[in-house]
Design a protein around this ligand. Structure first.
Ligand code: NAD
Ligand code: AHE
Ligand code: ZN
Length: 367
């Protein structure tokens, strides 16, 4: 079939809207009509050439929601007309990682996914006879896409696509980092670096978990008001310097938990070093540019600070995503105010501009 898609033909080039060819689902795969997709900073990072797994030409986008239109042979867990959220972290429930009970990092299809291919090592997308690669196993910047059955979460039908697509990455990553990875407890002090599409969800997760102080740190002062909307108690403008010292003084020795939501390795160091001696834990969410490394004095760890990381908020997609959709629909978490811009596919590049200019929280493309 033909489908409209925003194609990344080369790094650092605007996406081009074209009609691409899409092969139907093979065994264990499903065809999904994407109804809405968010634009996450990770899409921009790959487009800008910072991703060591970046591959072009490809169809980016990994934060979508849509409807199953066709299933391949052997598919049993979803059927046509089911509403689904694509999962860049699938859940096969059979691999060593899934069976460990210790991680959400399913390994069933990770190798081919990182190469822009389906599990049979081919792509379903092409344009003028040339292969177009998949992205993070999702490619939600295409109106129709093909995914492995293990990489879709079935969700309730009354959840609006325009907002629930955000659960495909940002919401789950931020809220999940708090409740799954950190396990923040009532009364804990939390510091969040980077108040964008992920950081604001960390803030609302921390509020939900009963955190006492929730300190937001950003270089964009406009983000102070945004943080306050979701439960931030204090704001630090990082441009004023001495970030670590100010946090340690403000929180009587430092944070119980800190979260990096910037992808900047210097900020990751600040996030670790602002943690309380003896127990403070810093969780890296931000994705750093290829070649970048983190550094600190080992003494920081010797004296009881912990450095951890999280992907997709530690969520097991097929199990947890439907529950997060329920939290949204039951009013336990907010999404609507964070969707600052709704765009047509033709205007998708504007969504990237708004993100780089710090003018959006989440732009969503509706098909
Ligand atoms: P965003 O652009 O919406 O937000 C980034 C925020 O960081 C902005 O408010 C910006 O002003 C702020 N910032 C930039 N430099 C800063 C600094 N030096 N100090 C303090 N604040 C600073 O991006 P996003 O969509 O929220 O994504 C944030 C990061 O999380 C990205 O690196 C993204 O790739 C990553 N991410 C990781 C996962 C995961 O599973 N681990 C999932 C989604 C996104
Ligand atoms: N491809 C990059 C790594 C990118 C990365 O860490 N991605 C996160 C999700 S970001 C969503 O917005 C992730 O899930 N990581 C775990 C994984 O298996 O990719 C690189 O450095 O090569
Ligand atoms: Zn993302």
């Amino acid at each position: 079939m033909k489908t409209r898609a925003a194609v990344a033909f080369a790094e650092k080039q605007p996406l081009e809207i074209v009609e691409v060819d899409l092969e139907g689902p093979k065994a264990g795969e499903v065809l999904v009509e994407i109804k809405a997709t968010g634009i996450c900073h990770t899409d921009a990072y790959t487009l800008d050439g910072f991703d060591s797994e970046g591959i072009f030409p490809s169809i980016l986008g990994h934060e979508g929601a849509g409807i199953v239109r066709e299933v391949g042979p052997g598919v049993t867990s979803v059927a046509p007309d089911d509403h689904v959220i694509p999962l860049y972290t699938p859940e096969c429930r059979q691999c060593k990682m899934c069976l460990s009970g210790k991680t959400n990092l399913c390994s069933a299809i990770r190798e081919t996914q990182g190469k822009g291919l389906m599990p049979d090592r081919t792509s379903r997308f092409s344009y003028k006879g040339e292969t177009i690669f998949h992205y993070m196993g999702c490619s939600t910047f295409s109106n129709f896409t093909v995914l492995p059955e293990i990489a879709v979460a079935k969700i309730r039908k009354d959840a609006p696509f325009k907002t629930s697509c955000y659960i495909g990455c940002g919401v789950t990553t931020g809220v999940g980092a708090v409740v799954n990875t950190a396990d923040v407890r009532p009364g804990d002090n939390v510091v969040v670096f980077g108040l964008g599409g992920i950081g604001l969800n960390v803030i609302q997760g921390a509020k939900m978990a009963g955190a006492a102080r929730i300190v937001g740190v950003d270089i964009n002062p406009d983000k102070a008001e945004w943080g306050e909307k979701f439960g931030m108690t204090d704001f630090i403008d990082a441009r004023d310097g001495s970030v670590v010292e100010r946090i340690v003084n403000m929180l009587d020795g430092g944070a119980d938990y800190s979260f990096d939501c910037t992808g900047n390795v210097e900020v990751m160091r600040q996030a670790l070093e602002c943690c309380h001696k003896g127990w403070g834990t810093s969780i890296i969410i931000g994705v750093a540019e290829a070649g970048k490394e983190i550094a600190t004095r080992p003494f920081q760890l010797v004296t009881g600070r912990n450095w951890r990381g999280t992907a997709f908020g530690g969520a097991k997609g097929r199990t947890d995503v439907p529950k997060i959709v329920d939290w949204y629909m039951d009013g336990r978490i907010e999404i609507d105010p964070m969707i600052t811009h709704v765009l047509e596919l033709e205007d998708i590049n504007k969504g990237f501009d708004l993100m780089h200019e710090g003018k959006s929280i989440r732009s969503v493309v509706v098909y």
